[in-house]
Design a protein around this ligand. Structure first.
Ligand code: B12
Length: 222
């Protein structure tokens, strides 16, 4: 593998955003994801290779370590931030159609609920898995999901809820989304949920963490 891709993968895995970033202390003063992604592209590495050779495997490792409780939310947020810094350099290629994404993932925290930390993590990890993200934000109702689906036919939907009161709203959203756009796959997550609840509301997949979503989407796109 190109040395610059190896370094970029490490920067994302360990959350080194850019040269000025003080985190992690052992990489102080070294280039971060921002500089390394630019360097890779400037040196002629194809954007797809930057994504699939460095960023996606790095986020895979991050997801794995998070699932195994070897790292925690702050480290994952730093990795996601580093991923974002690298992705900023790749965005123009995605937008121009030079790089094909695996599909579109529409995500939002359901109506009544303002918690967005977990939702943002899922969005960033799924983006790291090679998907385009339409992030509808928080307090999102069924109409907004259906509108986004109309604009992005065939997209997969992700719903997040952190309150026992708002997880109840998921049922209506799943029903209305599937009525308006039959065949749409809906993923659900959030601390109070479990797989029994997922089955009860007719959603397609539940995962307690972003990695499960990334794996499920990987299979869907295959
Ligand atoms: C931070 C926080 C807040 C912040 C939110 C800031 C923000 N920008 O998100 C603020 C202060 C605004 C807040 C407000 C409230 N909160 Co609050 N909050 C929390 C807290 C401390 C952490 C939540 C969090 O971010 N966790 C970290 C993230 C990473 O975890 P996560 O969201 O679960 O996401 C992970 C997984 O669930 C999964 N996931 C999440 N979404 C999805 C989606 C998909 C598709 C998939 C596959 C996976 C997935 O992946 C994520 C990463 O692993 C929790 C307590 C706790 N320890 O959980 C209470 C908590 C959720 N809050 C609670 C309450 C009651 C409230 C308030 C009602 C308080 C009040 N009386 O005003 C308000 C509600 C406002 C509203 N309408 O939403 C309760 C909920 C109780 C319940 N069972 O309903 C909790 C549990 C605290 C408690 N013990 O009482 N809160």
């Amino acid at each position: 593998m190109e040395p610059v891709l190896e370094k970029l993968g490490e920067a994302v895995e360990f959350g080194k955003v850019d040269k000025n970033s003080p985190y992690p202390p052992n990489l102080k003063g070294q280039d971060g994801a921002d500089e390394l992604a630019k360097e890779a592209l400037d040196s002629g590495v194809k954007p797809t290779d930057v994504l699939t050779g460095a960023l996606v495997p790095a986020m895979d490792r991050v997801g794995q370590k998070f699932s195994e409780n070897k790292i925690f939310v702050p480290q994952m947020l730093m990795s996601a931030k580093a991923m974002g810094a690298a992705m900023a350099h790749l965005k123009p290629f995605f937008q121009s159609g030079d790089v094909k994404t695996k599909g579109t993932f529409i995500i939002g925290t359901v109506k009544g609920d303002l918690h967005d930390i977990g939702k943002n993590l899922v969005a960033m990890m799924v983006e790291g898995g090679g998907w385009s993200i339409v992030d509808l934000g928080v307090d999102v109702n069924e109409d907004a999901f259906n509108q986004a689906l109309a604009e992005n036919p065939g997209a997969v939907v992700g719903l997040s809820a952190l309150l026992t009161t708002t997880m109840a709203n998921m049922e209506e959203i799943v029903r209305k989304v599937k009525e308006a756009h039959p065949g749409t796959k809906v993923l659900v997550g959030g601390a109070p949920l479990n797989d029994d609840f997922r089955a009860k509301i007719g959603a397609d997949f539940y995962s307690p963490d972003p990695r499960g979503a990334v794996e499920y989407l990987k299979d869907l796109a295959a």
